[in-house]
Design a protein around this ligand. Structure first.
Ligand code: ZN
Ligand code: ZN
Length: 355
């Protein structure tokens, strides 16, 4: 139990004038209780904390979860509802993004002595500002993944397939100590670079092509996220020109990063530059997102985001240009927001590398 995290959850309670919160997403359960297993429920009220899981996790919960009253369930929703009823809670907030419609319907049928209310916005936003210990974890996995990519470079040559390179990068990352990848890697060569989320295929890389790698590791629950686009053998003028525009957009967006700036403003810096270069319609996604226990979390850096950057947030900046049938360029770094700017967590240099 981390007292200031519980305090943040209780502020939600107060703001919504609820008796209790029923937390069901595993990332939020981990954040509040320290539990690293895959099944559980947390109930937070003004003066009590409950943690329920099933018998598989009895020992683990005993070791990891402190400061909570521990309980066990055989049927999660039945016993969660019994706890809420038994405690006499009349209004309970739930995570609408975590319960399915079927689960919500069942819970409402079981919990008839009070009302269930969807938590406003995204409750996960309590995780946006990272503590020092989290920043250290995020910096560690980002550096480890960057080094794995640098170690992959000698293998990026004509004839290597996207799948071979994705697998080699995963191997290097795991060998260096990562627990897992933070998502399925993207390796997109030549014209396939025009697909922002291309799945690696058996396609072999050819001389003179751009190849985009989007990759990340996970360590002690925390994720990393980085994208590098390289040229193999040579780069022609058009490839260099598009790379230059994306790199400038990336740098302009980073220049905006500091506390007090809206996420929309960071997005706008990148988007306006790409639009001025004539490629606005080929940059369809947002400029970035938060990274933490999840690969995509709050805040969101898009043209609609009114969220404001705060010291301690960890975000990506990842503009791109994707031209159908030609290919694409994306450049992504993860940074932490510091008092007067940002700190780069990902370490692969972003000048165009011609391998
Ligand atoms: Zn990425
Ligand atoms: Zn990303």
């Amino acid at each position: 139990m981390v007292p200031n995290r519980i305090a943040a959850a209780r502020q939600y309670l107060e703001r919504m004038n609820l008796d209790a919160l029923l937390i069901t997403s595993m990332h939020n359960i981990r954040y509040l209780s320290g539990f690293t297993g895959s099944d559980g429920v947390v109930v937070v009220s003004r003066n009590s904390l409950w943690f329920l899981t099933d018998s598989r996790y009895r020992t683990q919960a005993g070791e990891e979860v402190n400061g909570f009253t521990l309980g066990e369930y055989q049927r999660k929703l039945e016993e969660s509802a019994a706890l809420l009823t038994g405690q006499g809670f009349l209004s309970v907030g739930f995570e609408a993004s975590s319960l399915t419609v079927a689960q919500h319907t069942q819970l409402a049928e079981l919990f008839t002595s009070g009302i269930l209310a969807a938590l406003p916005g995204d409750f996960s936003a309590i995780r946006s500002v990272k503590e020092q210990e989290e920043l250290t974890a995020l910096e560690g996995i980002a550096a480890l993944a960057s080094q794995a990519f640098l170690d992959l470079i000698p293998r990026i040559k004509p004839g290597a397939t996207e799948r071979q390179l994705a697998l080699s990068l995963e191997w290097l990352l795991r060998e260096a100590g990562a627990d897992a990848t933070s998502f399925s890697f993207i390796v997109a060569s030549g014209p396939r670079g025009g697909l922002p989320h291309a799945v690696p295929t058996e396609r072999a890389i050819r001389w003179g092509e751009l190849v985009t790698f989007d990759f990340g590791g996970m360590l002690n629950g925390y994720c990393s996220d980085e994208t590098v686009t390289v040229a193999v053998g040579s780069a022609d003028e058009r490839q260099k020109e598009i790379y230059r525009i994306v790199k400038e957009a990336h740098d302009l967006a980073l220049e905006q990063v500091r506390p007090g700036v809206t996420c929309r403003q960071v997005d706008k810096a990148a988007r306006d530059h790409i639009t001025a270069g004539g490629f606005g319609e080929f940059f369809g996604h947002g400029t970035g997102h938060g990274v933490g226990l999840e690969i995509h979390e709050k805040p969101t850096l898009s043209c609609r985001s009114e969220e404001i950057l705060e010291e301690g947030m960890v975000i990506t900046v990842e503009p791109g240009i994707y031209l159908p049938r030609w290919g694409g360029v994306r450049i992504e770094d993860t940074v932490s927001v510091t008092r007067d700017g940002f700190r780069l967590l990902t370490k692969v240099p972003k000048e165009l590398m011609i391998l």
